[in-house]
Design a protein around this ligand. Sequence first.
Ligand code: ME8
Length: 507
Amino acid sequence: MTTRYITTPIYYLNGEPHLGHVYTTVAGDVLARYWRLAGARVKFLTGTDEHGQKVAQAADAAGEDPKTYTDRMAALWLDMTRKINSSQDVFLRTTEQRHHEAAQALWKKLEANGQIYKSTYAGWYAVRDEAYYEESEIVDGKAPTGSPVEWMEEDSYFFRLSAWERPLLDYYEANPQAIAPLGRRNEVLSFIKSGLRDLSISRTKFKWGVAVPEDQEHVMYVWVDALTNYMTALGYPNVEGEEFKVFWPEVIHLVGKDIIRFHAVYWPALLLAADLMSPNRIFAHGWWTHDGEKMSKSLGNVVDPYQLIETYGLDPVRYYLMREIPFGQDGDYSDTTMVQRVNSDLANDLGNLVQRVLSFIYKNAGAKIPKPDELMGEDREMLAKAAHLHDLLRDDMEVQALQAYCQHIWEVIGEANRYVDMQKPWSLKKSADPKDHRRMETVLYVLAEVIRHVAIYVQPIMPDSATKILDQLGQKERNFDALKTPLKSGTSLEEPQAVFPRVEKEG
Ligand code: ME8
């Protein structure tokens, strides 16, 4: 059986969700929904990264103790997943007891394998990135990300990262699919080749973290704790457990390009050092800007996802995020492009197709799926294009080509609209010749079958809208397997309602 383990980053609780976080979560949700409909066994994980200095400082700034603060904020993030209709199987918080146990178990395993030693760290640290930086990386007193850095000097445990340079390069050589897209893979390889230094993996200056086993003075470096979440959710340290065996290492870690190094260097090295397998695939997507500018609180231009949902509706926002930019590249949000997508792709192309075909059947063909007569060449061609989606879309999803997934569906929608215009069922209806009437029924049948395909494949992207279309079409079977059987004639339609209204707002 096909299995898919899909993860998003676990998000820091230092602020509220914005469009970037919603983006990764929707992408994970689309993949999870697709693979479930394809009959795979799926586990979709998301959650919150609650420890470390950054979150502790945010709690402080809010005048709350970290526990009260993280409980309050985690509820907001869980609520975000509900508001965007994310279908995660697990929402994991790193403050959960089982996660502390998993992180400590990993630590003990690394220690037993001789991968950890104690020394002193002296160097730069950026709390905003929760990352260490080399002297050579500091530009004008700042991290390469622009974050402020502070000098840190303290006793620390170290992970022998330097020992994993060669094994990591060998692993990526043998598994070219393990990091995508290609540009990111090259970036990671050149980073490893430039030489890896041992990694400081504990802190003593604050307490808000997972305690280092047998040394209460230290808490784990937040990234070691955070990365372990991907295994906590599978029941680690029980590596003989069913879930662990089924899902590891067949994982797709979706991350933003900002955190590729943690996922593609530190994480696989920690796993290999603990006798575990490296993740099968890490996909780093690009960065959203707003009207050409980096989104930031200080600029006051952060796109509020809830505002967008309020204005355009949830499904149009989900569609826009997946369709507007190639998954893996950077992109820019603007109201203008959002309005264009809604009006052109949704209201005009898909919405109109569904509305005019279903209303026509409802009014002129007894509100039932018509019975086709003999198929002509153009009918077969139209049906073949819809049927071909199965293979095209699977290929897209295998490589997380989410934009291509939308484009392939919309090509068929475009074909179907052209087919309606060519076949003119309304003219056939006016004819007195019974042959024309039979022809009209055939054309409508072909269109209903194409709409069924489109709606079934649109489900991962726009679950609610696809449900409405399939309800109107009277279809109960909605998995991809349902498409192996031709559309049944005679099924009653519900009264058609417009699914995608136009928006009048001009960006
Ligand atoms: O990094 N465009 O959490 P985080 C696209 N806790 N994606 C964006 C984005 C933007 N403008 N802004 C944020 C952390 N993201 C760690 C992760 S995982 C073990 C620990 C998305 O709250 C993108 O997925 O800073 C990015 O990687 C993530 O949010 C960072 O979220």
